[in-house]
Design a protein around this ligand. Structure first.
Ligand SMILES: Nc1ncnc2c1ncn2[C@@H]1O[C@H](COP(=O)(O)OP(=O)(O)O)[C@@H](O)[C@H]1O
Ligand SMILES: [Mg+2]
Length: 243
């Protein structure tokens, strides 16, 4: 089977800083892939390049056998890639339902159909009863779920979750992990999750990719990753720097 997503030697530069350097990776249909790495490693930049929010300076990105390296975000969304944002970007003055309708309107022009789809997804993401709440009034955990619902409304084949569990209480994070598992199992969506907390990402992921200073330093099963010398050094290094 051909990979769903293939990143080939992608580099992204901000002035003198190489945020992604020669990054190559593949995501197979049906996988849950964890993307980890210390702060500033280039995880969000990689998501930005995959979703067309930014374009790599070098390299190639292929989704579903089509080159999307220089494709615009709306088109990439239509092709079947959806994402959430590390810093939530719900449309605050719109209701929860309206936020998800925005996603659904990527797939249909009929407002009644978009509303029905949005309601289903508010149910699916446990936001039942919050339909009419302005998004700005939701808790952080609910806002993060709302973003996931909006992303799902675009009917993605690949969902990129950028720290969907960070900033949550342990109970909220556990619920978010359950939601990711249900999206994978019930909606058949391939998922790549950026997550800082190892205890969350390891049991959830089939495979883990590690970035450090913009470079991919490891790619393997969670069991192999936790024993990888370079990965351990990257994380210990970060703790030392924080002190
Ligand atoms: N739009 C931008 N302009 C300039 N520098 C950026 C921009 N986005 C990210 N960076 C820098 O690129 C590096 C990687 O950032 P990022 O991809 O956000 O890392 P991560 O998500 O792994 O924490 C960091 O040093 C960050 O400051
Ligand atoms: Mg980030």
């Amino acid at each position: 089977m051909a990979p769903l997503l293939q990143v080939e030697a992608s580099s992204k530069r901000f002035g003198g800083l190489l945020a992604n350097r020669d990054v190559s990776l593949a995501i197979e249909p049906g996988e849950i892939v964890g993307l980890i790495g210390p702060n500033g490693a280039g995880k969000t930049t990689l998501f930005n390049c995959i979703t067309g929010y930014m374009h790599p300076d070098e390299g190639r990105i292929v989704f579903d056998a089509g080159d999307i390296t220089h494709t615009r975000p709306e088109r990439i969304c239509r092709l079947g890639v959806a994402r959430t944002w590390q810093v939530v970007r719900a449309f605050g003055r719109m209701t929860a339902l309206e936020n998800v309708v925005c996603g659904a309107l990527q797939r249909t022009n009929r407002i009644a159909e978009a509303r029905a789809r949005a309601r289903e997804l508010l149910d699916f993401t446990d936001l039942r009863g919050r339909d009419d709440a302005p998004a700005a009034t939701l808790t952080l955990a609910d806002k993060k779920r709302l973003e996931i619902a909006r992303a799902l409304a675009t009917q993605p084949k690949l969902l990129l979750l950028d720290e969907a569990m960070s900033g949550l209480t342990p109970m909220e994070a556990a619920a978010a992990v359950q939601l990711v598992r249900r999206i994978h199992a019930e909606l058949n969506v391939t998922i790549c999750v950026v997550e800082h907390v190892m205890e969350v990402v390891m049991p959830l992921s089939h495979r883990v990719i590690v970035l450090d200073y913009g470079v991919k330093i490891a790619d393997g099963t969670p069991e192999a990753i936790v024993r990888d010398e370079q990965v351990i050094r990257a994380y210990l290094g970060e703790r030392r720097a924080a002190r």
